[in-house]
Design a protein around this ligand. Structure first.
Ligand code: G3P
Length: 219
């Protein structure tokens, strides 16, 4: 199994750049990210689906299982790789069960405990999204939840994959990788931070200087 990186954004240009670098295996969106993108929901998702081959998570605002299933039917027409994001509620898990029986992929979102992750897997979720940053915000250690969920899922044959969400910095990604999480969904600014190290920049500069110096002494 390889660790996958999704981009947590609805900004098509950010996605394009990550795809070009081979670092975008999928995309996750939510109503806040769609608002930030400032375009019509359907238009943005259709644009994103054309840029990325992997799954694109789309989130609605329905509260009953019946309405969630209706929303899912509409969202599924927006692109071939659309995954339906469903909130971690009883109605949500009813919808997940029904959608998974119809072969529709789901991503259970707003997960903040291992017991919620267990319920999502039992409901047949394709993906589960525990939010690490928002747990850190209330003085918990978000990435401890990831280790816990991976341990629990490892005891069984659940096919549900863990998408670590609400990532705020590179250590969230490293801790997720240490725990063996299947996927990290990463804001573009955090993905950018993964690349850089000052010793790499200094090393390149020094090697270039030495190459030039050597070339000049050989003339
Ligand atoms: O995909 C949802 C999630 O990543 C939210 O992140 O930073 O709003 O907690 P944040």
């Amino acid at each position: 199994m390889n660790m996958k990186f999704f981009l947590d954004t609805a900004d098509v240009e950010e996605i394009r750049r990550a795809v070009a670098l081979g670092m975008c295996d999928g995309v996750t969106t939510n109503p806040s990210l769609i608002m930030k993108a400032g375009k019509d929901h359907k238009t943005v998702i259709q644009e994103i689906s054309k840029v990325v081959d992997g799954p694109v998570s789309v989130e609605g605002i329905a509260e009953t299982a019946e309405d969630m299933i209706k929303e899912a039917e509409e969202f599924s027409t927006w692109g071939p790789n659309v995954v339906i994001k469903i909130p971690m509620t009883k109605e949500g898990m009813k919808a997940v069960r029904a959608l998974s029986q119809k072969g529709v992929k789901t991503n259970v979102t707003l997960v903040f405990s291992a017991s919620q992750a267990l319920l999502a897997a039992k409901a047949g979720a394709t993906y589960v999204s525990p939010f690490v940053g928002r747990l850190d915000d209330i003085s918990e250690t978000g990435t401890d939840l990831i280790s816990d969920i991976m341990d629990i899922y490892g005891n069984y044959d659940f096919s549900t994959e863990v998408i670590v969400a609400s990532i705020r910095h590179p250590v969230h990604i490293l801790e997720s990788a240490r725990a063996g999480a299947h996927i990290a969904t990463v804001p573009a600014a955090v993905l950018e931070k993964l690349w850089h190290h000052p010793l790499t920049d200094n090393g390149i500069k020094t090697f270039k200087e030495h190459h030039e110096k050597h070339k000049n002494t050989m003339q």
